[in-house]
Each structure stands twice: as C-alpha cells, then as structure tokens.
Design a protein around this ligand. Structure first.
Ligand code: M6R
Length: 366
C-alpha cells in the first residue's frame, strides 16, 4: 500500500496536495466567494450568540488548534482558548451554552480529547469536532463536525492530518466571520479566493524535497535543537519540534521566538541547531532580529525563508526555501519542509519512522 514510497509517513506527506484539494472540494464556492459546511448545523442566530470557542486537542492536533486561534480571532472576532485536552478535562472551566467546545482529532478516539468533549457536554456547551476517522466517537458526540478529507493516516507521526485541519479552521473562521457580520463582501471573497492557492503551494514545497534532503544530510548528527516561530507560525515551531523528536529521538524544543531572552538563549552554542520559521508574514522583522541574536551566540542556524529573501539567507547557515504565500496561509507552507526534514533525519539515522519507539498511533487510554 506504500506504493512508490519507503514509508507511510513519506507517502502521507506527499498525499497532502490531494488531501487539501479534497478538503476544498464541495465546500468552497469560488464563484460566490462562499464556504458551506452543512455538517456544522449552524444557524446565523447561533453564530451570533457564540461568546467563546475553546479548542481542545492533544499533540499535533493541538498545534493545529493554535494556528486556528489566529484565524478565528482575526477573521471571526471570536475569543478563542486552546486547551490541551488532558489539562482541560481536569479543570473547572468557564463554559456556558454559548461556548463552543471544539475538539480536533485525527483518530476521533483519543481518550483525553473525548473526555474534554464530555466535560463540555456536561456544562451545556455547543460541541463541535474536526475529525478524520469517519464514524469515530469524536464525530458522533458532536453537535456539528468538519470531516477531514485526508483518508486514513497510518504513520504514527501525523502530517496530512495536521495541514487538513488548518484549512478546515480557516474555512470555519470565514463561515463564522460571515455569519457574525465581521467580514465585508470584499474581504470574504479575498479570503476564499486565496484558498485556490493551497494545493499548488503545498505541491511546490513537496517538489523541493531534494533540497531538504541535502540539509538533512548535513544536520543528521545534531543532538539538540530549538525551533523558533512567532505569531501565526509560532505553533509551527512546536509542531516542527514534535515531528523531529518523535521519530528521530533528537532533543527538540519549540519556542515562541520572543521568549528566547527569557531563558532558552542560554542554551545556544555551536552544538545547538536553531531552526527559525521566518516567512514573509507580519512577524518577519521580529524573527530576523531573533535569528541574528542566535547567530551572534554561535548557534547553527537554519531558516525557513520565502523565495528571494536575501536578508534571511545572509544570516543563515542553511535555508529551506518556501514559496511566497498570503500570510494567513504561511503555516500550511512552512510546516512542509519541517515534516520532510524530520522524515529524512530519522531515516538517515536508520530509524523506523512509521513505528517510533514508545508511541502508538492513537492514544485511547489516559
Ligand atoms: O488522533 P488524535 O489527533 O486525537 O491524536 C492526537 C495526538 O496523539 C497526535 O497528534 C500525536 O501527537 C501525533 N503522533 C503527532 O505526530
């Protein structure tokens, strides 16, 4: 079933163009500049009453939720909290009947995420899910859902089930922003129209696998790494670090770049790989100054940079080039080289990327 690929993870990374094309199909009306997700069971009246969205999930799914927070706040002007499900379920959260508890789960069977949904239900919240496995508990428990169109994900390291919910959350934000009256016709049309770019942007990143492989060869023996991002790309630092640690067993930490001087920069020396996510987005200038600081302390610096960005290239020891994209969509682009990088580092180290030690594909116990 792996076809031409060596591992499911590699196959699933490459399936992202198809998965994202299917994510848009049937929901995006490019003519009208509208998004339709009937499975949400949402009325305009209800949309206007929503006072808060609590996104709850674990691991990679939680990282997708963190990007979604920016979409939902900026596009729909709804307050959003992102809660790790294993924490949320044991808190005494402030939830009422106008609060949405939105679970994100590939398997739809993660014990903590389901318990977080149950807690939301008990407190009278509106329950939504973004879920891949059809007919799973997370789909059945919800009042409304968005079904990821990725097909089954076999590799333990989640890849296509990360980028699909990013697009789902972006679409959800447009639906809510529209219903709540926060989007002008022109703004909505622009946001919807930009979705046309998604499959080709991801395809363009995948075409650059060989260049990522070359950097992977140069860096395969690193022992410590720090992934830095800001704003909408801050969760991509978490996600990139998680990908590397779970399949290559290299120590990797993700940090909001602005936190560096509050402690972690003490770790930077010539043995430390600093991987900075710095596409052309509204946080770009801040990222550049933080990359300069890491470089000044002797770190090995790799940067994810937008094509043609000579400023980033001059500072960096290694560059992962990504195509220019509207800033809202940059996380969907910047995560791809990080998935490919983790994959190649792990295989170069002779590890079984589809079955990493100590991990299961779905965590159905606490
Ligand atoms: O099935 P779920 O999306 O609920 O799973 C959540 C996490 O266990 C999962 O994303 C995990 O972090 C992945 N192995 C990361 O690659």
């Amino acid at each position: 079933e792996k076809g031409e690929y060596r591992h499911f993870m590699q196959k699933e990374i490459h399936e992202q163009v198809r998965a994202l094309t299917d994510t848009l199909a049937g929901r995006v009306d490019f003519e009208e500049g509208k998004i339709r997700i009937p499975q949400l069971n949402l009325t305009t009246e209800k949309a206007k009453q929503i006072n808060k969205i609590i996104i709850t999930a674990c691991g990679t799914a939680a990282h997708a939720g963190m990007v979604g927070k920016t979409y939902l706040e900026r596009i729909a002007r709804v307050p959003v909290e992102v809660e790790i499900a294993s924490e949320f379920r044991y808190r005494d959260p402030i939830v009422d009947e106008n609060t949405v508890v939105l679970a994100i789960s590939q398997s739809g069977e993660t014990a903590d995420t389901l318990a977080a949904m149950e807690l939301g239900r008990m407190r009278g919240a509106i329950l939504w899910s973004i879920v891949n496995a059809i007919g799973s508990q997370a789909m059945r428990l919800a009042d409304g859902y968005i079904s990821m169109q990725t097909g089954p994900e076999i590799g333990v390291a989640s890849t296509k089930a990360f980028t699909a919910p990013l697009v789902d959350l972006y679409m959800l934000a447009i639906v809510l922003g529209d219903m709540r009256g926060y989007l002008s016709d022109a703004e909505r049309r622009k946001l919807v129209n930009d979705l046309r770019l998604v499959p080709s942007l991801v395809g363009e990143c995948l075409n650059r696998e060989d260049a990522v492989f070359e950097v992977s060869k140069a860096l395969k023996d690193v022992q410590n790494s720090m992934y830095l991002g800001r704003g909408i790309n801050m969760p991509i630092a978490y996600e990139g670090a998680l990908k590397l640690k779970e399949i290559s067993y290299i120590h990797a930490e993700g940090y909001p770049a602005g936190e560096m001087k509050h402690g972690p920069i003490a770790l930077v020396d010539k043995e430390m790989l600093v991987l900075a996510i710095a596409p052309k987005d509204p946080w770009y200038d801040k990222m550049i100054s933080q990359i300069e600081q890491a470089k000044a302390r002797g770190g090995k610096v790799a940067v994810i940079a937008t094509d043609g960005d000579t400023r980033a290239a001059e500072i960096a020891d290694y560059v992962f080039w990504v195509p220019d994209a509207p800033w809202y969509l940059t996380p969907i682009v910047t995560v791809i080289p990080l998935q490919i990088f983790a994959y190649h580092i792990a295989t170069l180290r002779g590890l079984d990327v589809d079955q990493p030690r100590n991990l299961a594909k779905s965590v159905t116990v606490e």
